[in-house]
Design a protein around this ligand. Structure first.
Ligand SMILES: [Zn+2]
Length: 77
């Protein structure tokens, strides 16, 4: 997996996700999340959702991009 062609990040943008309701996987405390959009100089576009614990336990991790707001059960109008 280390033989990817070299590519450089041309642009990065981070945005806080206000409707993120995930929890810290280490201590269970509510976490906050940032959506980071990375654009590479070869045209690739990647969006990562990085969650971080709101307590200083140090946990941070990539999470699913699906908002955990029960949107599947309640279609928005
Ligand atoms: Zn934590």
């Amino acid at each position: 997996m280390d033989d990817k062609p070299a590519r450089r990040i041309a642009h990065a943008r981070a945005e806080e996700i206000l409707d993120f309701f995930g929890k810290c996987r280490a201590c269970g405390y509510p976490a906050y999340a940032e959506s980071t959009t990375l654009r590479y100089d070869n045209g690739d576009l990647e969006t990562k959702i990085i969650a971080s614990c709101a307590l200083p336990c140090g946990w941070t991790g990539e999470v699913s991009a699906t908002p955990m707001t029960g949107a599947a059960a309640r279609p928005r109008t």
